[in-house]
Design a protein around this ligand. Structure first.
Ligand SMILES: O=C(O)c1cc(=O)[nH]c(=O)n1[C@@H]1O[C@H](COP(=O)(O)O)[C@@H](O)[C@H]1O
Length: 269
């Protein structure tokens, strides 16, 4: 039996306590921040604190896409680390995900894992499975940290490789089977499935059982929330981290937008 509190355990406890499966994506593109934040000393941190204050009652997870912080230079990297600290100090029950889609050779992956999971103390990180299990071992071997691995992504070109038929099945199904059967010894794996392809969720559930899935692509990308819930909930009525970024953080009322998404999801649970 696994006695470690995993990232999935943390998420499930928060999802139950907040009655929410909402993840707010803090994709805090500095060029899109409203004027008062742009002129703050630390624009991305000030904006994130504002968004978190508005949205946290309706939120079970936050996901920071590292690209938007790296693009802002050293100050952006610092703002990302400060946001994680702010969340752990003020909302310790909320899952904090780094969306960095990492995956590289062993010693490089170890350095990425140290950076994202040890130094910045994210609870979980998105990963790319393309280089195989050994490449992700530094992440997989940290049982208390979540490994959220790309399986069937939301973008229009996702089918170029992910839907290729291999031994009679689309490639993403091989990814799902291998991860759930061979990579998940520490019960710390989750998968990424775009909300733009909710029809794959039924087949996926048959392969991975109750494993938790990160579902980005609702809101700005037009993903289908009712269909996602219909096919994607696990046997405990959980198992989905439903993530929206731009449609919440750049709306006129981010708190209302997060609350609306929570209510929409709960209508179909
Ligand atoms: O791994 C992800 O989070 C991800 C996977 C995927 O298939 N599609 C996808 O959009 N994402 C991320 O989810 C976020 C979507 O943002 P919005 O379209 O603004 O809600 C971005 O940070 C994307 O990088």
């Amino acid at each position: 039996m696994n006695l470690t509190m995993t990232a999935t355990d943390k998420y499930d406890i928060r999802a139950r306590e907040s009655n929410s499966l909402v993840c707010v994506g803090l994709d805090s593109d500095i060029s899109r921040l409203p004027e008062p934040f742009k002129s703050a000393d630390n624009p991305q941190l000030a904006f994130n604190q504002y968004i978190i204050k508005q949205t946290h009652p309706y939120t079970a997870a936050y996901k920071l896409n590292s690209a938007f912080y790296e693009a802002a230079g050293v100050q952006g990297w610092v703002a990302m680390a400060q946001t994680v600290r702010y969340l752990h100090e003020n909302h310790p029950t909320i899952l904090v995900i780094c969306d960095a889609k990492r995956g590289d050779l062993g010693n490089t992956s170890e350095a990425y894992a140290q950076s994202i999971l040890d130094n910045m103390d994210f609870d979980a990180v998105t990963l790319n499975p393309y280089q195989g299990k050994d490449a992700l071992e530094p992440f997989l071997s940290r049982p208390e940290k979540g490994c959220i691995i790309l399986c069937r992504t939301s973008n229009p070109g996702a089918d170029e490789f992910q839907e290729l038929m291999v031994e009679g099945k689309p490639l993403w199904q091989h990814v799902a089977a291998t991860i759930s059967q061979n990579w998940n010894e520490n019960e710390n794996c989750m998968l990424v499935i775009g909300a733009t392809v909710p029809e794959v969720l039924g087949d996926l559930r048959k392969i991975v059982g109750d494993m938790t899935l990160l579902i980005p692509g609702v809101g700005a990308q037009g993903g289908d929330v009712p269909e996602t819930l219909r096919h994607g909930l696990n046997s405990e009525g959980l198992g989905l981290i439903i993530s929206a970024s731009r449609s919440i953080i750049f709306s006129d009322d981010p708190g209302q937008a997060a609350h609306d998404l929570q209510e929409l999801i709960n209508q179909y649970r």
